[in-house]
Design a protein around this ligand. Structure first.
Ligand code: CA
Length: 236
């Protein structure tokens, strides 16, 4: 668990029968500090939601057991789940169906293949709207403080100026202090899968982030792990 992220991790239920996608979603949601459960069937998801309602549902459209659209409709009809935040995951070609998804009551939808950073931003904003008290907006480590709403970064109280990619990189690394990320994992988590960028791009942006972060500061919180990648030092 990242230092100072959230008082209580919001729980996200991923309902997705494509296992590789479910794995990627779990990985990325956990990196954001959420507690994640995965269901591969619509009917299993319904049972699980009845037992322990999550704070947000990522719901695939086509599912065995019970379709995502039908599950969404049922959740909206129940008193205890009618306001539960739901993001539908739809495949391309289901465009007309998307409208039906929103009519059925989903709060948002994304079309596969989607950008992970964008999906994570939507999850965050929907959770913030649904349960404002649950989302901590400040992320701190040592003398570094970032505000996830305004994207302002301070070190020892002094405001730093970071580009959007450097901000996202810092936020991503700070969420999992001590964990080493390969360049490929950073590309997935920070840039998203669809964008084509080379491994070297990661090094360039880490360099920029370091320069902005460490100006006049004694310690460098970003560790280069030779042959592996980068991590945010827990005790810099
Ligand atoms: Ca599916």
């Amino acid at each position: 668990m990242a230092a100072g992220v959230m008082p209580m991790a919001p729980r996200v239920l991923v309902v997705e029968d494509e296992e590789p996608l479910a794995v990627v979603l779990r990985y990325n949601l956990e990196a954001e500090g959420y507690e994640v459960a995965v269901a591969e069937r619509g009917d299993d998801a319904e049972a699980r939601i009845s037992e322990a309602p999550p704070d947000l549902v990522l719901l695939d459209w086509m599912l065995p057991g019970l379709s995502g659209i039908e599950l969404c409709r049922r959740l909206r009809a129940r008193r205890d789940t009618k306001d539960m935040p739901i993001i539908m995951l739809t495949a391309r070609g289901e465009e007309a169906e998307r409208i039906r998804g929103l009519v059925t009551g989903a709060d948002d939808y994304v079309v596969k293949p989607f950008s992970l950073p964008e999906l994570m931003a939507r999850v965050r904003s929907l959770l913030r709207r649904a349960s404002p008290g649950m989302m901590t907006e400040l992320l701190t480590a040592g003398d570094i403080e970032i505000d996830r709403v305004t994207h302002r970064v301070r070190r020892s109280g002094r405001e730093l100026s970071l580009g959007p990619t450097e901000y996202r990189l810092l936020e991503f690394l700070m969420q999992s202090p001590g964990r080493v990320f390969s360049r490929e994992q950073l590309l997935d988590g920070v840039w998203g899968r669809e964008v084509y960028v080379e491994d070297r791009t990661v090094d360039v942006h880490v360099g920029r982030l370091r320069r902005a972060l460490n100006r006049g500061a004694a310690a460098d919180p970003i560790r280069t792990v030779r042959g592996s990648g980068y991590s945010f030092d827990e005790k810099f």
